[in-house]
Write a protein that binds this ligand. Structure first.
Ligand code: IMP
Ligand code: MG
Length: 328
């Protein structure tokens, strides 16, 4: 594929100017709809490049006679996006160009996208359950980690753990319930023989933390990897580690998806950390607020109003059942 702007450059000075123009253009959108789409992508933490490549579509006398430069490229999805309006004359022309591009470059993925279809893209990119918990985009303060970012990091953790446990098997111990999705994904990214077991804790005001559901497996002499969703003060983790150590495993390490390092009160040895995050309350990908929002495919900070509303109940269909359990 030939880049139109580079093709035109004859001398080093021209080349330099052309490259400068490209980098300037990056944030100079030709159309307000493009700026809007870029903002939409940024909000959902979907990586994008603006017009990174031009595809020659027709040649005359050995020279390029027609080019097509799709508006966006989304590297994580390997997808080109051409934005379009409802104006029929434009749509027809663009459709023709897209068809021609697909014929000439069959390995290129491209979609022609109407404004009303932006949200449909999300379901293709793993954001499918965004409205399952009656959460509107305007109730989300900030998305901290996108599904693509989470999956990429989980795959890395899996590779690293597989290397470290080469030639041996291990037991993954998850603390319910926040661990549900992370453990399922991590286990499938680890290429060693492994068993999975769960612990559940209850936090009682007068008794402190205690185990409300114990492990089924005997961990004595086994390599144990404790998997946690988030380490905050470290109190929970410290309690679990002390309990497990008494059972004399061959080794005991910790893998936490999220680490709120600045909140730490008790030092705990976390060997594998997915992401270090700032001191904000987060939900999604297993993490809850009053048992809600675990099924969000991303990890986000919610607007203050959502927590206030939950206190009063309007977002909860059955506030008593859902709110009584607290979060674990
Ligand atoms: P720690 O004992 O203070 O380290 O707290 C750990 C537990 O608190 C985690 O296992 C979570 O269940 C919960 N937790 C801490 N921070 C968050 C958060 O931002 N969102 C959801 N749950 C959290
Ligand atoms: Mg937890």
């Amino acid at each position: 594929m030939v880049d139109e702007r580079r093709e035109a450059a004859e001398t080093p000075a021209e080349l330099a100017r052309a490259l400068e123009a490209v980098s300037e253009r990056r944030f100079q959108f030709a159309h307000p709809a493009e700026a809007e789409f870029a903002a939409f992508l940024d909000f959902y933490r979907i990586k994008w490049e603006y017009e990174p490549k031009s595809f020659p579509l027709r040649w005359r006398d050995g020279r390029i006679a027609e080019m097509f430069t799709p508006d966006f490229y989304l590297p994580e999805q390997d997808l080109y996006v051409e934005l379009t309006t409802m104006k029929q004359s434009l749509v027809t022309r663009k459709n023709r160009k897209v068809r021609r591009l697909r014929e000439l470059y069959p390995h290129i993925n491209i979609v022609l996208l109407y404004r009303k279809d932006y949200h449909e893209l999300l379901s293709r990119f793993g954001y499918g359950s965004v409205d399952i918990t009656s959460l509107r985009p305007d109730q989300i303060e900030r998305i901290l980690l996108s599904p693509a970012e989470i999956q990429a990091r989980v795959a890395e953790l899996g590779r690293q753990i597989s290397e470290d446990y080469a030639g041996t098997s291990l037991i993954l111990v998850g603390v319910l319930k926040g661990i549900t999705f992370f453990l399922a994904d991590l286990a499938r990214a680890i290429t060693r023989p492994l068993a999975i077991d769960y612990l559940q804790l209850s936090h009682e005001l007068d008794e402190g933390v205690r185990i409300s559901k114990d492990l089924d497996l005997d961990i004595r002499g086994r390599h144990v990897l404790l998997v946690e969703d988030i380490v905050n003060t470290g109190m929970t983790m410290d309690f679990v580690l002390r309990t497990l150590r008494q059972r004399e495993p061959a080794s005991l390490e910790v893998c936490a998806l999220l680490d709120k390092a600045e909140r730490r009160l008790v030092p705990v040895p976390v060997k594998y950390v997915g992401f270090t995050i700032p001191n904000e309350f987060v939900v999604g990908y297993g993490l809850d607020y009053r048992q809600l929002y675990r099924n969000l495919p991303f990890i986000c900070v919610l607007r203050k109003e959502v927590y206030e509303a939950n206190g009063n109940g309007p977002l909860l269909k059955r506030p008593v059942e859902l709110a009584s359990a607290g979060h674990a």
